[in-house]
Design a protein around this ligand. Sequence first.
Ligand code: NAD
Length: 474
Amino acid sequence: MSTKVYDAIVIGGGPGGYVAAIRLGQLKQKTLVIEKESMGGVCLNWGCIPSKALIAAANFVEKAKHADVMGITITGVSVDAGKLMGWKDGIVKKLTGGVRTLCKGNGADIMMGEAKFVSADTLEVKTAEGVERVQATKGIIVATGSRPVAIPGFEFDGKQVITAKEAVSLNPLPKRMVIIGGGIIGMELGGVYSKLGVEITVVEFMPSVLASMDADLVAPVTKSMTKAGVKFLTGTKAKSAVKQPDGSLKVTVEAPDGIKEIACDVCLVAVGMKPNSDVVGIEKSGVALDKKGHVIIDEECRTNVKGVYAIGDVSGVPYLAHKASKEGEIAAEVIAGHKAARDWRAMPAATFTHPEIANVGLSEKEARDKGLDITIGKFPFAASGRAMAVSETDGFVKVIAERVGKDKKDHKIIGVHIVGPEASDLISEAALALEMDAYVEDVGLTVHPHPTLGEAVMEAAKHAIGEAVHIMNK
Ligand code: NAD
């Protein structure tokens, strides 16, 4: 078997891998990216993008149903699941095609097939045509992502007991859905399907949903979902899903007040993801893994083996597409001999619930646990003219600043947390503030256009130092 030789090879064409391949191509490295399913990975094919398309559609339905507050009566709103999924699939197709074009346009080759290490610099790839052998002289980047975790008692069948992958392609829509896991996926997709008319029950093991976030950020989301009819069973352990003679499912859970049985048509299991480090013959590369199976990397995305790099979910949390892309750029620069390093001073995250939650930096609890001398500024969207004008007044912006400098008179921004309309977009200003070591005074002094939701960020910053204009100061 002949061996094709490249400067760099990327295993996995997700938002980590394809970005690395594009950047390597731009840096004039002879590059190959290998993908076994579809370019774009989880993010483009069944994660971020499809779910956001469905969220937009569901929000549209919700707005239409409640437009009467604005004097608009819309009757007969109905959802054609086939057309909805077709529209969503069209977006996926356009984007995955775009990624292929960008890789090729920047000089990176694409090989569709399943790669396995045979040594630290050589891979065998099972393609539709046979097995190919490829070698990298400068670096192999492992960008294989993660996959949904399974739990005992819930055997995935792809139809009724499903992962998020199938949950973004439901046609027809089920009447009743049980979601195991009130984490990010459970809450995002629970929100979608409740708005599309599905009866939703969320089963969460922890005492509250979205348990890793501060409770005040989560409260507006659970309030709005409860109002929409979503049932939450917290402190509740999922035991089993069993198919019934009538074709339905019986989901059994252990709640604080005893065993409960819930009848449903579909059960989505969203209890976390695990790294795809065990699918590429990683042991042949000699790369070290942590206890959870993540490939251990340093700040240049290098593993313990010279010439092997890892990026994205497979190299550890947070499991976020933009973290993977950033690491892809870093690994590409390092392979090309440039200086680049991971520095997560500002790693924003966004949860596309209704309202949205977005954050960057330390939470109030984390700052207090660290014993930092902090001041908090908070501005509710209920006091924002723009939020009222778009009929989205739930939520607030919270700015956390540390008192620093001479006499502790300066206030460095160490965290910004937003729950409310367009939080996922508003957080970018906060990420820039943290990246640039900005003070609340910087954000407060910056003129924000009126009337915009962004003014809430400015007002929250001013509130932290008692200078907010459109709410009373402490
Ligand atoms: P998650 O870790 O966010 O939530 C899983 C939840 O399931 C937890 O709250 C956990 O307590 C609960 N759970 C675990 N076992 C259970 C059981 N037996 N019974 C009941 N509850 C149980 O995981 P996820 O929602 O599956 O998401 C996976 C990953 O994907 C996350 O790491 C997330 O960061 C990422 N993601 C990000 C976005 C985004 O950035 N908007 C969107 C989707 C997914």
